[in-house]
Ligand binder design. Structure first.
Ligand code: FES
Ligand SMILES: [Fe+2]
Length: 352
């Protein structure tokens, strides 16, 4: 596992809507510094956070009431389209424009496409309507992670680790003991695990008021390169769909700078949606579980980073989804690198 380069032709969760307002926010995405802000009409904008004059971060500048962005080093000013409209030192305006990124703001999430804008295709985004559906409630946020994106991706595509890493909350022996079914659909990788008549892990026992035995279903979908959605269903054993308790977890696995990753999360449920105590409990549990993952992935990152030759790994059956995920990202990266090479090779011309 050596994948430390980032796919750019893909959607990543860039920010939650409630993080972005009329102040400038810097966030590194796939090694690109990005400055997010809203224009006066509330549309969100993301530009490369490097001034075209001498590369000073624009996020250290100012945004005025008209939506003009000023670099606070030598005063270049940019309109809402990112075009330079003037600089104080001279009457004629410099020829300069900011690189702007394709964005989709939907259901409280801001999705960014850091690669070729021509390829940005909204249909590749997952359904996130549950984030704003009135019959659901959710909590969300972002956790910093000092580990490469690929390690987080493998963590989510192989939930057998719940048994060992989260034994006091969401994991127990039944998870590792139950095999997964894996499906691959183009670049998309899915897995499902059906745990029938098992002991209820503490989080689900408290979260749903259930006692053992329970049925627990996990269906995970990876939308490469950086989106993962988990459908969780828990019910008294033998309960048929659609009865039972439904939860969803969305992860935005967004590469930052170097081997750092923004670990965006949203945890939703479709029952007891007005129960604030339950919301608080679930949010605390979510963050505690994520911290266990962060600690593990950061320890793992050191081991991969200090083993650049890539000593051989051993794999088992439950790695299948994670291995398919790796392969999907590697293929996307190879496609992207080929396209870049093709664009660089000059077309042969008839001799003159
Ligand atoms: S670096 Fe921005 S105006 Fe000079
Ligand atoms: Fe985990």
């Amino acid at each position: 596992m050596t994948l430390t380069q980032h796919v750019r032709n893909g959607w990543y969760l860039g920010a939650w809507s409630d993080e972005i307002g009329r102040t400038l926010k810097q966030r590194w995405i796939t090694d690109i510094p990005v400055c997010f802000y809203r224009l006066p009409d509330q549309t969100v904008t993301a530009v490369e956070d490097r001034c075209p004059h001498r590369k000073y971060p624009l996020s250290l500048g100012h945004l005025d009431d008209e939506g003009t962005l000023q670099c606070d080093y030598h005063g270049y000013r940019f309109d809402g389209q990112g075009v330079c409209v003037g600089v104080a030192e001279q009457a004629d305006r410099p020829k300069a424009a900011l690189r702007r990124f394709p964005l989709v703001e939907r259901d409280g999430a801001i999705w960014i496409w850091p690669g070729d804008p021509e390829l940005a295709d909204e249909s590749l985004l997952p359904d996130t309507s549950w984030l704003t559906d009135p019959s659901w409630t959710h909590v969300h946020g972002v956790v910093p992670l000092k580990a490469r994106h690929m390690l987080l991706l493998e963590n989510l595509l192989d939930l057998t680790h719940e048994t060992f890493l989260h034994p006091t909350s969401i994991g127990n022996a039944a998870v590792a003991a139950t095999p997964i079914d894996v499906t691959v659909d183009g670049d998309r990788v899915g897995f499902s695990r059906r745990m029938i008549g098992i002991e209820a892990p503490p989080f689900y026992e408290k979260s749903c008021g259930l006692t053992s035995p329970v049925d627990r279903w996990q269906d995970g979908d990876f939308y490469p390169p950086g989106i993962f959605v988990l459908n969780i269903r828990v019910a008294a054993t033998g309960t048929e769909e659609p009865d039972g308790f439904h939860m969803k977890v969305l992860y935005g696995m967004t590469p930052g700078r170097g081997n750092e990753t923004h670990d965006f999360y949203a945890l939703g449920r479709d029952y007891l949606i007005d129960d604030q105590e339950l919301t608080k409990f679930q949010h605390e549990q979510q963050l505690a579980v994520m911290q266990e993952d962060v600690d593990a992935l950061e320890a793992q990152e050191i081991m991969y980073a200090t083993d650049p030759g890539g000593s051989a790994e051993s794999s088992i059956k439950s790695d299948l989804a994670a291995l398919r995920g790796r392969r999907a990202v590697a293929k996307m990266l190879a496609r992207e690198q080929r396209a870049q090479q093709d664009a660089r090779v000059p077309h042969s011309r008839a001799s003159v």
